[in-house]
Design a protein around this ligand. Structure first.
Ligand SMILES: NC(=O)c1ccc[n+]([C@@H]2O[C@H](COP(=O)([O-])OP(=O)(O)OC[C@H]3O[C@@H](n4cnc5c(N)ncnc54)[C@H](O)[C@@H]3O)[C@@H](O)[C@H]2O)c1
Length: 335
């Protein structure tokens, strides 16, 4: 079967989707939609298909099997629900949802259609390696963990977009936008969080954004605790760092690299992975193609989609709890 695909939102990340889709044999992109029609026209001219000025027009004029959602955060779930109502499968950019109600609605929609969320960092070689090590039991119990996301975001990144930095459309700052991938990896490596205590602040973009530029969270899991820190106030887009200290071995992910240390070894040593082509900014990683390919293989029943919705749901609930903890200035328990 060849899947008929539409893409809504023709901005920065949509390019990574369009380029990935162009590499797949079982996909034809039939339409692009954007409220800025010059953008959908540009995408249609470059990648094929027709250009539309709204999602409604795309859904009316094209018979889609899959809708890719690459719009501002608050629109993901309403757009996914519109597609699901028509029986159209959904592949949505992160975040899966911006609040608990939206997440519940998305889980409901996923009973009717296949919903894939773009957490492409699970497809990085270093993430796969760590996942397999943990699964094998070689590492032993995780004793503690920490993660840092320290990137550079200056005022124009927010002021020129029309949606970033706003409560209404971005629905949060560094956590929901930049650091969510690393939070998701951390949580998926360790398991189900039990409680979180967090603070958010806006240090360097006070008069520019309505949301946080910094978050610090202390997350308690069954057998260990993790500290998580993210800020957009750094001088460059530093590679993310995620470290797991385990009984027998320890792992440190830095961007695309991985360092490992046996329990009694004096220092971490690097594992070498082959270079891969990136379809977007370097710090997005190289996972979009693998993630999108896996989603289509799961539609045709050849593979399971690696990033299951119940797992995504756990990360989203943890993220909502971090925001709640910061807002209410108290620890929040997760069941
Ligand atoms: N997975 C990743 O690594 C990654 C990387 C970057 C962005 N993203 C996510 O992708 C999404 C888009 O981010 P971006 O950086 O491409 O933003 P962007 O601003 O570059 O693009 C968004 C596009 O959506 C369009 N749009 C807005 N409202 C619309 C509507 N109602 N109907 C149709 N089109 C509409 C805008 O005109 C714009 O062209 C966000 O959710 C973001 O978090 C994910």
């Amino acid at each position: 079967m060849v899947y008929r695909v539409g893409v809504v939102g023709c901005g920065a990340v949509a390019k990574a989707h369009a380029k990935s889709l162009a590499k797949l044999d079982n996909v034809t992109v039939v339409g692009f939609a954007d409220i800025r029609p010059e953008r959908s026209a540009e995408f249609a001219a470059e990648y094929g298909g027709n250009a539309y000025a709204s999602l409604n027009e795309l859904l009316e004029k094209e018979e889609l099997d899959v809708l890719h959602i690459c719009t501002p955060h608050a629109l993901h779930v309403p757009m996914a629900l519109k597609a699901a109502e028509k029986g159209i499968n959904v592949f949505t950019e992160k975040p899966a949802a911006v609040n608990e109600e939206q997440m519940d609605a998305l889980l409901e929609a996923a009973k009717k259609v296949k919903v894939g969320v773009c957490f492409q960092n699970h497809y990085n070689d270093n993430s796969r390696y760590v996942e397999q090590e943990l699964k094998s039991g070689r590492a032993g119990k995780i004793l503690g963990a920490r993660a840092f996301v320290t990137w550079k975001r200056l005022a124009p990144y927010y002021t020129e977009s029309g949606w970033r930095g706003t409560r209404e459309l971005e629905c949060g700052g560094v956590l929901i936008n930049q650091a969510i991938h690393t939070l998701d990896l951390l949580r998926s490596f360790i398991g189900d969080p039990k409680a979180v205590e967090a603070k958010t602040s806006n240090h360097h973009l006070k008069s520019v954004i309505e949301v946080e530029d910094t978050v610090e969270a202390y997350i308690q899991f069954e057998d260990c605790a993790a500290s998580f820190y993210a800020t957009t106030a750094y001088c460059q887009d530093a590679p993310i760092m995620l470290e797991l200290i385990c009984e027998n071995k320890s792992y440190r992910i830095e961007g695309a690299d991985l360092y490992i240390k046996e329990k009694d070894a004096p220092r971490f040593t690097a594992i070498n992975f082959a270079e891969k082509e990136a379809f977007g900014k370097g710090y997005w990683g190289t996972g979009h193609l693998a993630c999108i390919r896996n989603y289509y293989a799961s539609l045709s029943g050849e593979e399971e989609y690696l990033v299951t919705l119940p797992e995504v749901d756990k990360t989203m609930r943890l993220m909502f709890a971090i925001y709640r903890s910061a807002e209410e200035n108290r620890p929040i328990e997760l069941c």
